[in-house]
Design a protein around this ligand. Structure first.
Ligand SMILES: Cc1cc2nc3c(=O)[nH]c(=O)nc-3n(C[C@H](O)[C@H](O)[C@H](O)COP(=O)(O)O)c2cc1C
Length: 322
């Protein structure tokens, strides 16, 4: 049977199927079910920088089951500790913020509570015309540097897809201490209610179509830097998982698919990935990882601009009268 073990952030995982940060990973019940269904690791929901301002001393005993969004840092530490006690697979804690302050003491408490690694989600939307792209990049690097200094835990950075020079930015993040890049964070775009004349928060789950963005950048970044790569956004099926592995990802992260179908969604996925590997004569993930990365394909420009005209031209012209 094909071996699904993979390395991510220096840890050995039994499978590349990872549950990304969501309400499902915010309860012990959800975490247990994900482990039982075959998850290689879990990423807890984020603790938000805004919540740290309310931090109190110590770990609140028994608060783990209420450690959902906004429950505060003590309940979060408790969730990490309970998850560590309950699960065999790595437990990745997640911090979400935009500034360098506040993290230092908290990151070491996450380590003490038993987190296997840390994922840092810098969710920053700059609407200031005076702030340039390089200012924003500098800001990201500053936050990552501060968190890197605050902990010895393996550190993944969950990135926005909107950098103008992604390959360069990835390299700079590695330089300031990122051990892994999670491509990508999915920004939620507010909607407008034209009757109530209001701005609406709008959260819609993803579909496989959205996989293309992480797929391209994983293929481009594979083996460019010494860094683990995680695909996030649009992984739903075994085909999606195989695509990101062939592009060069170390793990395939899922949220929407698991929220929609429940943790047991992982079971057939694992079987289908193994079946495909058997059919194609692959015994290990190492043998197939990156086979379709930019460095490995005969036409590397397929991942860049030269494919643009070909793609546009491939769309059929509208029929007569349309
Ligand atoms: C309801 C919900 C809650 C989420 N909470 C977090 C979070 O706390 N921290 C985080 O980094 N990402 C969070 N995400 C983003 C997911 O981890 C994931 O990156 C995103 O949904 C794209 O992956 P998908 O296409 O598999 O859903 C959340 C997503 C959803 C749908």
């Amino acid at each position: 049977m094909a071996d699904l073990r993979t390395r991510y952030l220096g840890m050995e995982l039994r499978s590349p199927l990872v549950a990304s940060s969501s309400p499902l990973t915010g309860s012990l019940d959800g975490l247990r079910r994900l482990e039982a269904a075959g998850a290689g690791a879990v990423v807890l929901p984020s603790l938000f920088e805004e919540e740290l301002a309310e931090t109190g001393p110590g770990v609140a005993a028994g608060a783990a089951d209420q450690a959902g969004y906004g429950a505060g840092p003590d309940a979060y530490l408790s969730l990490v500790a309970e998850a560590r006690k309950t699960l065999e697979i790595p437990v990745v804690a997640s911090l979400n913020g935009v500034s360098r302050g506040g993290w230092s003491s908290y990151a070491s408490r996450l380590e003490e509570a038993g987190a296997s690694a840390l994922e840092l989600n810098v969710y920053y939307v700059s609407s200031r015309p005076g702030l340039s792209g390089s200012d924003v990049e500098w800001h990201y690097l500053d936050v990552v540097r501060a968190v890197r200094r605050a902990t010895r835990l393996p550190l993944a950075v969950k990135l926005s897809p909107y950098f103008s020079a992604m390959a360069n930015m990835a390299g700079q993040l590695v330089e300031v201490g990122a051990d892994g890049l999670v491509l990508f964070n999915r920004f939620y775009q507010p909607d407008l209610d034209i009757e109530a004349m209001e701005v609406l928060p709008a959260l819609e789950l993803s579909s496989s179509v959205e996989l293309r963005l992480p797929l391209r950048w994983i293929a481009i970044l594979h083996r460019r830097h010494r860094v683990s790569l995680a695909a996030s956004t649009g992984v739903h099926t075994a085909v999606d998982v195989l695509k990101v592995l062939l592009a060069g990802a170390d793990v395939a992260m899922m949220t929407s698919a698991l929220l929609r179908n429940g943790p047991d969604h992982l079971r057939p996925l694992e079987t289908q990935v193994r079946d495909w590997m058997d059919r194609h004569g692959f015994d290990t993930l190492e043998q197939l990882r990156g086979r379709l990365s930019q460095r490995s394909v005969p036409d590397p420009a397929a991942f860049e601009r030269s494919n643009y005209i070909k793609t546009l031209a491939s769309h059929p012209a509208p029929g007569p009268g349309r």
